[in-house]
Design a binder for this molecule. Structure first.
Ligand SMILES: *Cc1c(COP(=O)(O)O)cnc(C)c1O
Length: 487
């Protein structure tokens, strides 16, 4: 589908992008261009407004775990940005163009063309979502005993690497593990760490380097083109592939445009393509950047890998021209990908996240810096210093924010980290509450509500008591664990 108007805006070189915290200091005298949304609202979804009594009861029934709340009892839902975006009128119109043929759907060919045009990868295998692509890729490239270095782990990515017999090794720079470090590219690879691994294991035990753009677990932190180029040179020397977890590649491109020398006047679209050109293939969860509620793909440049993936997708997902998706889903994805690399869209998307983060900072709320691309991560250890980690400060804070305003967030701390093989809790350095922002869903006034609510909880932080865990499931306990307030 053609997107008239997008091109013209992308080429507007005078477009002031001075909203980022990096540029703020020297631009104080300039009236900042707002990050205002490049769309208007055609349809709304009504929300249930709840009373404090209602929320208290709902939270008790949910065992003080925000994962166990019913979505109906939530006012603003910041649990995740995955599959929660609002589709555009063009995407909805595309749904009506779904060609639901078992084989050779027209929408597949459209999606294939968009992936080739926008990302530059040669071959496409659609999958039901990101982990479907990770499964297939891991099975093809990893042999038992292999090492897969990556710029911080992601839950499903690492699990598929392990299930294929591989072992993940973290090669992200140390700064990524420090919530206060203001490094502009906390997603960068530490090349010395990688060289050490190559020396230790030998290049033939490293099937590929797993590189995420906008590193999720580090708080949505970007990797720079410079670092990617250096990585490319090093891996080329050793004949090692680079596989790109491109779930949030356009958000990463935005930070490169804002922060990396020489990229200020390049469009998101150009930068996205350059990032992809420095890698050999990619797995994609289209539920994030690509603005759809379901979908993903594997894309590669290597014919042999493609041939095997095309064969394997039939076993795990569906025929290679639908991969577990309806024709209409592939159409919505094709259009969503084009919208995701529009400069105005990304300016507003990340602008909204930064607006919320700056508001939190103004209220004195301790958050992870610099502000990332897809959410705000509140430092619960600093917020509630009187609550020891074994009384679950982040879980407590998430519960308190819900009680205050019906805003649903997620714990990323000791509960999520789980237990070691010997039964002891992992006590992670970072004890965070994640406020993840869905794309094109909430307004600036909603951001105000979120920041004000967090600030209100911050004001009464000294009166807040911790929690005790009263039910703990065996696996991934954060989803279903239950808690009670300490007296
Ligand atoms: C969500 C996500 C995945 C997995 O994708 P699903 O669509 O949820 O299966 C992989 N990598 C990253 C970085 C993600 O955020």
């Amino acid at each position: 589908m053609n997107c008239p108007g997008l091109q013209a805006r992308v080429q507007d070189k005078n477009f002031n992008r001075g909203f980022s915290p990096i540029n703020n200091n020297n631009m104080k005298h300039v009236i900042k261009r707002s990050w205002a949304e490049p769309y208007k609202i055609k349809m709304v979804e009504l929300l249930k407004m709840t009373s404090p009594q209602h929320r208290k009861k709902a939270l008790q029934q949910a065992g003080f775990n925000t994962f166990l709340l019913r979505s109906e009892d939530v006012y603003i839902d910041l649990l995740t940005d995955s599959g929660t975006s609002a589709m555009s009128d063009r995407q909805w119109a595309g749904m009506m163009l779904g060609d639901e043929a078992y084989a050779g759907s027209r929408n597949f060919y459209h999606l294939e063309k968009v992936v080739q045009d926008v990302y530059g990868y040669k071959y496409l295998v659609p999958t039901h979502q990101g982990r479907g692509a990770e499964n297939i890729l891991s099975k093809i490239l990893i042999k038992p005993g292999d090492i897969i270095p990556g710029n911080m782990y992601f839950t499903t990515t690492r699990l598929h690497q392990e299930l294929a017999g591989g072992k993940f090794e973290d090669i992200i720079i140390d700064e990524a593990h420090d919530p206060e470090n203001e490094h502009p590219f906390k997603g960068n690879v530490d090349l010395a760490k990688l060289e050490k691994l190559i020396k230790k294991y030998g290049a033939n035990r490293i099937p590929y380097i797993s590189i995420a753009t906008s590193v999720n677990m580090a708080g949505g932190q970007p990797i720079s083109i410079k670092n990617l180029k250096e990585l490319r040179a090093l891996t080329k020397k050793h004949g090692i592939r680079v596989i790109h977890d491109m779930t949030r590649v356009a958000e990463n491109a935005h930070f490169i445009q804002q922060r990396e020398k020489g990229y200020q006047n390049k469009s998101i679209k150009t930068i996205v393509k350059e990032i992809c050109s420095l890698t050999d293939g990619a797995t994609m969860s289209a539920k994030k950047d690509a603005l759809v509620n379901i979908g993903g793909f594997l894309a590669v440049n290597d014919w042999d890998v493609f041939e095997e993936a095309r064969n394997m997708v039939v076993v795990y997902e569906g025929l290679h021209t639908y991969g577990g998706l309806a024709g209409r889903d592939m159409e919505a994805m094709a259009i969503g990908i084009m919208e995701s690399v529009d400069d105005d869209h990304m300016h507003a998307r990340v602008g909204q996240v930064i607006y919320l983060g700056e508001k939190m900072i103004d209220y004195g709320v301790p958050i992870v810096r610099p502000i990332g691309g897809h959410g705000i991560f509140v430092d619960a250890k600093k917020f509630l210093p009187h609550i020891p980690q074994y009384e679950f400060p982040a879980q407590t804070l998430a519960a308190e924010v819900y009680l205050d305003s019906g805003v649903r967030t997620m714990e990323r701390g000791v509960v999520s980290a789980g237990r070691k093989a010997n039964g002891e809790n992992y006590y992670p350095k970072l004890e965070l509450v994640r406020f993840t922002i869905p794309r094109r869903v909430y307004t600036q006034a909603h951001m105000d509500v979120i920041a004000e609510s967090t600030a209100r909880v911050y004001e009464r932080r000294n009166k807040i008591r911790g929690l005790k865990m009263v039910y703990e499931p065996k696996y991934l306990r954060f989803f279903q664990a239950r808690f009670e307030p300490l007296k």
